[in-house]
Design a protein around this ligand. Sequence first.
Ligand SMILES: Nc1ncnc2c1ncn2[C@@H]1O[C@H](COP(=O)(O)OP(=O)(O)OP(=O)(O)O)[C@@H](O)[C@H]1O
Ligand code: SF4
Ligand SMILES: [Mg+2]
Length: 328
Amino acid sequence: MTQPVLKIRNLSKRFPVGGGRVVHAVNCVDLSIMPGETLGMVGESGSGKSTLGRVILRLLEPSEGSIEFDGQDITQLPKGQIRRLRRDMQMVFQDPWSALNPRMRIRDLIAEPIKLHVDLSRSERDDRTEDLARRVNLGSTYLNRYPANLSGGQLQRACIARAIATDPKLIVLDEPTSSLDLSVRAGILELLAEIREETKAAMLFISHDLGTVRMISDRIAVLYLGEVVEQGQTEALFETPAHPYTQALLSAHLPADPAFKVSRLVLEGEVPSPIALPTGCKFHTRCPVAIARCAREVPQAIQVPSGQQASCLRIPNGGNIIQRKEDV
Ligand SMILES: Nc1ncnc2c1ncn2[C@@H]1O[C@H](COP(=O)(O)OP(=O)(O)OP(=O)(O)O)[C@@H](O)[C@H]1O
Ligand code: SF4
Ligand SMILES: [Mg+2]
């Protein structure tokens, strides 16, 4: 049986912020990604997406839980050995400007991971660098330039070339298009879809844009206050969202078309502070279908008929489905 390339269990990340206060950024997350699979991760700002992405790659230390990468438990692996693993697990960040050393030429930036991890002669490395630039559609004239002389879209292509330079098994992409102009976003997404087909690398694709995530992901995980509240196959999750929070997220994403049958569902109240997490179900302070026991009992993930796993106490009796005006 094929092994997942990534398997995380009960993973949590807390940040002490002084005065005895603690930010609970990621809470007891269980996730797996199979080889070649793209898992999309969505959630509002502050839901813990970037923190989780960084903890998975051990760019941040987990507070609890385990991370298995390619069959190896890397939770406690010493830093030196993690550095060697970077060949197989790479990251593309939201902001390509701060991800690249401004004093290095694009050629050297793309060649850097090859130099660190792959034993090649100088001319072989040069050939590979040029080949990578071609694969990300970055003209060879840009290779001798510095980051300041490239546009955001071109820089993100250079970051993607770096990320695939060592043929990694997993790439974590943290909002790779959200800092770019709308006009170049589609091109970068197309490139990522091509790269996915070509390299068969598994991807964790983080975004708060549901449309983007739907386009690129095989499966989706929805995060709320650092917890995965629902995960499942992309189409099942979009067609029949089970968790009330997923239903609200999807409804906010509906096209603004008056002919559209379903009314938008606007969540009331602020997202609670991750310093003082709500008791019971963490969504109960905003959930339109919350009942008294939601403030007391922590829901466990259960499988729904359409295949997703969702954590809501009301799933067994169907009370999880939010009735909208047009439905009743
Ligand atoms: N180094 C840190 N110290 C203290 N708190 C932090 C730190 N990094 C993140 N946080 C907090 O952890 C929570 C999760 O943050 P994170 O950046 O992971 O969210 P996100 O889902 O990526 O948000 P966004 O969509 O805005 O990028 C937030 O409340 C954030 O303020
Ligand atoms: S457990 Fe209760 S509060 Fe939480 S999502 Fe379900 S109905 Fe809403
Ligand atoms: Mg983020």
